[in-house]
Design a protein around this ligand. Structure first.
Ligand code: TPP
Ligand code: MG
Length: 606
């Protein structure tokens, strides 16, 4: 268990309290002190929260029993941000955080972000509270409002496990179990709800904290030798093997192993812009620019494949369908995934059911390592080379044009301004194209939010920046104006914690994705396409996005409307962020998506 605590990120320490607070035998100990001790024993570095009376006991214990150290409280302005920040943090380094959500209303606020973390297979220790379960102990009115029967039912469909322990020992056990379940693949959020009466019960003595080392997640399963040998044989004998690099880890070792496997097999590799960077995009075996959907080059590579190795690819069935349409899938399919353990009858986030001629129920890294162990040299030379020209959309746009900026131009100017920095793209907008930026390592891009919840971008960017603080990398989030506006108050936590972060808002003054949907519907129905903007445009008045950043203590620039001014602003912004500033740049861009994104995204139900 990793119990090395991370640095404090802001200065909120309790006054007049010796830290860490010394406990002597005479001191009173409360139920929530034991819960806080357990969080410390688990090695939780930060606890995101917005306060609420239902967990005033736990709040007091974090502050006055533990001295707001290990874990440290980070205050958020909305519960959705608490989860999104934890989610973004864990995407970078795999380490789960805790978020405490006030009884029922706080959990309701946090629920979209919990769904996002679930769909992204990212662990979050979601803690909550209820008014006293014992009705005789409830204060009039408000404690009754704070109490729901089976509160976890609000989120049970998209957490891996939940509990409402009725005593302190049960709370310790629930935390140990929750932590282990959350951090066992497929990973995901868990929810533990603490009865206010348990938190506020006085204990006769400080309970012993269980030894966390004895409650570790299990070792990940390995494929059988027979299955590995068969997979290796198919791949080795394939003429045109394709690797679909999907939900893989952020580890450099895993990255290097994927490259080695692709090279050993001469396999073309496809990647997915919904997920974090998984393969070097400039590698000759990277077959096509990543997108939210397969691009035409990707479709061609997949359709030509005779063996497909899916490394926990997201929506394998839908992707194969993009290549094969209604024809039976013509290649052999090897699936490496444990995702099926999470599938339930409520959420369709498991996507369609893919064929799997060989199903290795293991995490992708384990399968890649296993294959590298058993693979010999190729017996048949590959008969296809790389199929796409890189950078087409990036350089297709003239960089010095006078008109409104395009997203491709913004990408180009950002690349210029960040030359020499190790950039981590924490988020990319829907209008991004996979050939606008090259990925050279696993932290170059962190992927999307899993659940498609607009408003997640700011919080997840702040979480990513928290995890990268002090790493020497330059955290950059590029987000849509709609996403920014829904989640903008998450940035206050970044200012408070003094996190370096550059956020570019590619501001098309619209929930533009949905303009495309209205356009598609209008065309189909023979109705006026010109009306597609109604109920979509965020204009007249255009909100002052930079001002919203400044109002929360960040540096805000913009609106920036030309190549020249963006060049200047970005130079300054990058310098400022490298020296610790948290900066938002509002860039006005013309609306537009890549062709394959707009076509596939808005396709009709036929
Ligand atoms: C919580 C939530 N509400 C609504 C949507 C539907 N939706 C999908 S994309 C989108 C537009 C996002 O706007 P913006 O971030 O500005 O990106 P743009 O489409 O303009 O590129 C909306 C509203 C959603 N995904 N999530
Ligand atoms: Mg927009």
């Amino acid at each position: 268990m990793k119990t090395d605590f991370l640095p404090r990120v802001s200065a909120d320490v309790p006054r007049d309290v010796p830290l860490p607070m010394a406990l002597d035998a005479k001191q009173q100990v409360w139920g929530s002190d034991a819960i806080a001790d357990m969080l410390r024993a688990l090695g939780v570095p930060y606890v995101l929260l917005n306060p609420g009376a239902s967990f005033r006991g736990l709040h007091d214990s974090l502050v006055n029993h533990l001295g707001n150290t290990d874990p440290q409280i980070l205050l958020v302005l909305h519960e959705e941000h608490a989860i999104a920040i934890a989610h973004g943090f864990t995407k970078v380094n795999g380490r789960p955080l805790a978020a405490v959500l006030h009884s029922n209303v706080g959990l309701m606020h946090g629920s979209m972000a919990i769904f996002d973390a679930w769909a992204d297979r990212v662990p979050v220790l979601v803690l909550g509270a209820t008014g006293p379960v014992d009705a005789a102990r409830r204060r009039p009115w408000i404690d009754w409002l704070h109490t729901s029967q089976d509160q976890a039912a609000l989120v049970r469909h998209f957490v891996k496990w939940d509990a409402q322990p009725a005593s302190v020992p049960a709370a310790q056990e629930a935390l140990l179990r929750a932590w282990r379940i959350a951090d066992t693949a497929p990973r995901g959020p868990v929810y533990v709800c603490f009865d206010a009466a348990v938190q506020e019960s006085m204990l006769p003595e400080r309970p012993a904290v269980p030894d966390v080392a004895r409650y570790q997640p299990p070792q990940p399963p390995k494929p059988s030798v027979g299955d590995l040998t068969l997979a290796a044989k198919w791949l080795q004998q394939a003429k045109r093997p394709v690797i679909l690099a999907g939900r893989v880890s952020r580890s450099q070792t895993g990255w290097d192993a994927r490259v080695a496997l692709a090279e050993r097999l001469d396999a073309l590799v496809l990647t997915d812009l919904k997920l974090g960077a998984a393969f070097p995009t400039r590698h000759p075996l990277h077959a096509a620019p990543a997108g939210m959907f397969l691009t035409p080059d990707g479709i061609k590579a997949l359709r030509d494949a005779d063996v497909v190795l899916s490394l926990d690819w997201l929506d394998l069935a839908g992707t194969l369908r993009q290549a094969w349409g209604n024809d039976p899938v013509g290649s052999r399919v090897i699936q490496a995934s444990v995702d099926h353990h999470l599938h339930n009858g409520w959420s369709m986030d498991h996507q369609g059911l893919p064929p799997a001629d060989l199903f290795l129920a293991c995490e992708p890294e384990i399968v890649v390592d296993g294959l590298l162990d058993v693979l010999g040299h190729r017996s048949v030379p590959p008969d296809s080379g790389p199929v796409y020209e890189r950078g087409a959309s990036m350089f297709g746009d003239s960089i010095d044009g006078d008109g409104p900026l395009s997203v491709a131009q913004v990408a180009h100017l950002l690349r210029e301004a960040t030359r020499g920095y190790g950039v981590s793209l924490l988020r990319l907008p829907l209008s991004w194209g996979g050939d606008m930026w090259d990925f050279e390592g696993p932290l170059d891009f962190l992927g999307y939010d899993g659940g498609g919840g607009i408003g997640s971008g700011p919080g997840m960017a702040v979480g990513g920046a928290l995890a990268l603080k002090g790493s020497g990398r330059l955290p950059v989030a590029i987000i849509g104006d709609g996403d920014y506006l829904m989640g903008v108050t998450a940035f206050w936590t970044a200012a408070k914690a003094q996190l370096p972060l550059l956020t570019l808002v590619v501001n098309n003054r619209s929930f533009f994705n949905d303009e495309l949907h209205q356009e598609r519907v209008a065309k189909e129905r023979g109705r006026p396409v010109e009306n597609r903007w109604i109920g979509q445009r965020i204009d007249d008045p255009a909100p002052d996005l930079a001002q919203m950043a400044r109002a929360q203590g960040l540096v805000g620039h913009g609106p920036v409307k030309s190549v020249e001014s963006l060049r200047l602003v970005l130079d300054n912004a990058v310098k400022a962020v490298s020296q610790g500033a948290c900066v938002v740049v509002d860039v006005w861009v013309q609306p537009g998506y890549t062709a394959s994104m707009s076509q596939t995204m808005t396709r009709t139900h036929s």
